[in-house]
Design a protein around this ligand. Structure first.
Ligand code: SF4
Ligand code: SF4
Length: 119
């Protein structure tokens, strides 16, 4: 397996109410930069839930599609840059490495000035 490092710009972030999630997967394909992946772990109701990787744009597509209102979206005042490891194997997930981990319902919000801008 070979990998290489790339810099990913993160313009927004989301919080995810994982205990509310019913694992319907609707949010995964609608995310334009494909930064949501379903977990292998499950919540207390037995459902897998989305996890956020670096590269969120704050577009709010996930907010609009989720039937259970699991997402809140925030935009960073200044985009963050992350170095992430990209797996060159086409059968593997495209990016590994540091995800934006502020994805629990009661987790921290964007660290440098989220505006709560849903636009
Ligand atoms: S706000 Fe947009 S880019 Fe960020 S996780 Fe949701 S759909 Fe993906
Ligand atoms: S759309 Fe909502 S309920 Fe469905 S998997 Fe995504 S977060 Fe969970």
């Amino acid at each position: 397996m070979s990998t290489h490092m790339v810099t990913v710009k993160t313009r927004g972030t989301v919080t995810i109410a994982i205990e509310r999630c019913k694992g319907c997967d609707l949010c995964i394909p609608v995310c334009p930069p494909k930064v949501l992946d379903m977990s292998s772990a499950v919540n207390s109701k037995g459902f897998r839930y989305p996890m956020l990787r670096a590269g969120c744009t704050g577009c709010a597509a996930c907010v609009m599609v989720c039937p259970d209102f699991c997402f809140e979206v925030f935009k960073y005042t200044t985009p963050l840059e992350h170095a992430v490891e990209v797996n060159d194997d086409p059968d593997a997930g495209s990016v590994t490495g540091p995800a934006a981990k502020a994805n629990a319902s009661n987790g921290p919000k964007a660290s440098n000035g989220p505006k709560g801008d849903r636009s």
